[in-house]
Design a protein around this ligand. Structure first.
Ligand code: URA
Length: 216
């Protein structure tokens, strides 16, 4: 029996280094099945000349409705932590490993986040690769395991590697930290410590960004 081709966004990704051309093409993507259920594809946002790209997992419920990355609860926590770490979000291109919201329906109506699988992460990678190819960042920051898996492979472990810089073909370096949703999910007694560890990672990243800016 003939093997089914692996799902991939590649046929929908235009060969261009223009973020606006890529952004205009993403709503047509049929690279995996997630487009059937999501409201819209959510593309990355930020300056094309960013030295730093931050990669999350996938749009959440609020991002899916509004069409922008990290504008929901996880995004608000990320903004606060970035402020505390003195990392300027305006200068950073923010995107996701998967461009459509994957969810389950609870009690017939509430949409609950569902983790994207390896098939969806790899199907969507051509979009991420095209964004990174257009931007040529010096540093990629993976927020959580899905982004780290997309960029560093399935064996990469955030717990062991958080805050460490690794060389990468798509940027000078890649660094990973936890996803802000993991802090939102932390037990109340662990919240402050988890938040502080996240800000500590972001401070290390902010220091590296200042070094990159000095050597530009
Ligand atoms: N979580 C993500 O990973 N990305 C978003 O854009 C929102 C929530």
């Amino acid at each position: 029996m003939a093997r089914q081709p692996k799902p991939s966004a590649a046929p929908w990704v235009p060969a261009t280094h223009s973020l606006s051309v890529l952004r205009a093409a993403v709503p047509e993507c049929r690279g995996c099945d997630l487009y059937k259920y999501a409201t819209q594809a959510v593309f990355g946002e930020g300056p094309q000349d960013s030295k730093v790209v931050m990669v999350g997992e996938q749009p959440g419920d609020e991002e899916d409705v509004k069409g922008h990355p990290f504008v929901g609860p996880a995004g608000r926590l990320l903004n606060k932590a970035m402020l505390d770490a003195e990392l300027d979000r305006e200068k950073i291109y923010v995107t996701n490993a998967v461009k459509h919201f994957k969810f389950k329906i609870e009690r017939g109506k509430r949409r609950i986040h569902a983790k994207p699988g390896g098939i969806e992460i790899s199907a969507c990678r051509p979009w991420l690769e095209a964004e990174l190819d257009a931007i040529h960042p010096e540093l990629i920051v993976c927020l959580g395991a899905t982004a780290a898996q997309s960029l560093m492979g399935r064996d990469f472990r955030i717990t062991a590697e958080r805050g460490k810089f690794h060389p990468h073909p798509w940027a000078k370096e890649v660094v990973a930290t936890v996803h802000p949703s993991a802090i939102l999910r932390a037990l109340r007694e662990n919240y402050d410590e988890e938040y502080e560890l996240f800000v500590r990672d972001l401070r290390v990243i902010a220091k590296r960004v200042r070094e990159l800016e000095r050597h530009a």
